[in-house]
Design a protein around this ligand. Structure first.
Ligand SMILES: O=c1nc2n(C[C@H](O)[C@H](O)[C@H](O)CO)c3cc(O)ccc3cc-2c(=O)[nH]1
Ligand SMILES: C[C@H]1O[C@@H](n2cnc3c(N)ncnc32)[C@H](O)[C@@H]1O
Ligand code: SF4
Length: 322
């Protein structure tokens, strides 16, 4: 890979459930419990059957959360497992982000995910008084513990910061440093997402968007605090200003995240066509290339059956290469 390479993950999102026991005030995803039900395996199989496996590699499993003490919890977990297993069987690579998990739950899902993720959001506890007042799973210590647990279990992991939810710019360094320290213990963080809060039509409270002009500065700060082997990701659809995008790349961002037909977290922000994005990057001297949801340096960490799925998929991709 040249030093002018930018990656993205050609992805498709499955949503096991939009129902969530938290109420983050900025969320455009959640629905009240009992309103919509869960995604059935049959419906998921149908969605996956319509995808072109030569184009889509990652199945992002993004879920609303069932409370840890709920009688529904084990069924929910089983659904997450079965959805990932289904994706593997249909020739895709799952990455799950379903909120905090117990150690046993995380170990269970590790068997069917090539990587997993959970945003730290922000480490400052003061957000528990505001945007996270009704979101027990956003306790920053609980989330930090998840990063530690993923490290202990040897799971390639994605985390990140949600920017512009009421934190002060001084708080960013603290959150980034915590990620860096955890990674120094376990070496498992593959990427850190810098996610600008982007208001949408479904959210509970009108919270202003993150000021995108600040994003290149946050990228620079992240680059200075995180170990060099951690990739910095900025979501292509939320960085709507071309100048800012270019500045973020110059500041050290090297990945544009999953590019999906519909971003379920930010449905008001469609992705641009990959070809158009590639052309724009090319004009700036960058080459946009697809990647897998597990970074190459972590492939050896995967349980052998998962590694098998990955090799099979890679050989199929090579078969069609020109
Ligand atoms: O389409 C989206 N993908 C999101 N992704 C997907 C992500 O871009 C890719 O799945 C990873 O880069 C793995 O390839 C997340 C993954 C995480 O582990 C944690 C948070 C996110 C957040 C989003 C998101 O808001 N929208
Ligand atoms: C899946 C991840 O999506 C992020 N997330 C949730 N709501 C929004 C929003 N309005 N804008 C940007 N990111 C959001 C959070 O960081 C969550 O952890
Ligand atoms: S951001 Fe995640 S945890 Fe918060 S309400 Fe939305 S789905 Fe639930």
């Amino acid at each position: 890979m040249s030093d002018r390479t930018i990656t993205y993950s050609p992805a498709f999102t499955l949503v096991p459930t939009y129902e969530c026991f938290n109420r983050c005030t900025y969320c455009n995803f959640r629905q009240d419990i009992g309103t919509r039900g869960w995604l059935s395996l049959e419906a998921a199989a149908q969605q996956l059957a319509e995808l072109n496996p030569q184009q889509v590699r990652e199945i992002l499993i993004l879920s609303g959360e069932v409370a840890p003490n709920s009688p529904q919890r084990s069924q929910w977990l089983e659904r997450l497992y079965n959805l990932a297993a289904l994706a593997l069987n249909q020739g895709f690579l799952p990455h799950t982000n379903a909120g905090p998990l117990s150690r046993a739950e995380m170990a269970y899902l590790k068997q069917v995910n090539v990587s997993m993720g959970l945003m730290l959001e922000q480490l400052t506890p003061k957000l528990l008084q505001s945007v996270h007042r009704h979101a027990p799973s956003k306790d920053p210590q609980l989330r930090l513990h998840q990063l530690e647990q993923a490290g202990e279990l040897g799971i390639p992991f994605t985390t990140g910061l949600l920017l512009g939810i009421g934190e002060a710019p001084q708080d960013w360094a603290e959150t980034l440093t915590a990620i860096a320290e955890c990674h120094r213990r376990w070496g498992h963080i593959q990427e850190v997402i810098l996610q600008p809060h982007s208001p949408g039509q479904q959210q509970e409270a009108a919270l202003p968007p993150f000021d995108l002009r600040q994003l290149p500065n946050v990228v620079r700060l992240a680059r200075s605090l995180l170990p060099a082997e951690i990739t910095i990701q900025i979501p292509a659809n939320l960085v709507t200003d071309a100048e800012v995008l270019q500045a973020c790349l110059e500041a050290g961002a090297r990945d544009l995240g999953g590019i999906v037909p519909l971003d379920h977290v930010n449905p008001d922000y469609p992705h641009r066509d990959v070809a158009a994005l590639r052309e724009q990057l090319q004009a700036w001297g960058w080459e946009l290339v697809p990647r897998l949801p597990v970074y190459p340096q972590f492939v050896d960490w995967l349980p052998p059956p998962l590694r098998g799925c990955l090799f099979k998929l890679e050989s199929q991709l090579i078969d069609v290469a020109p």
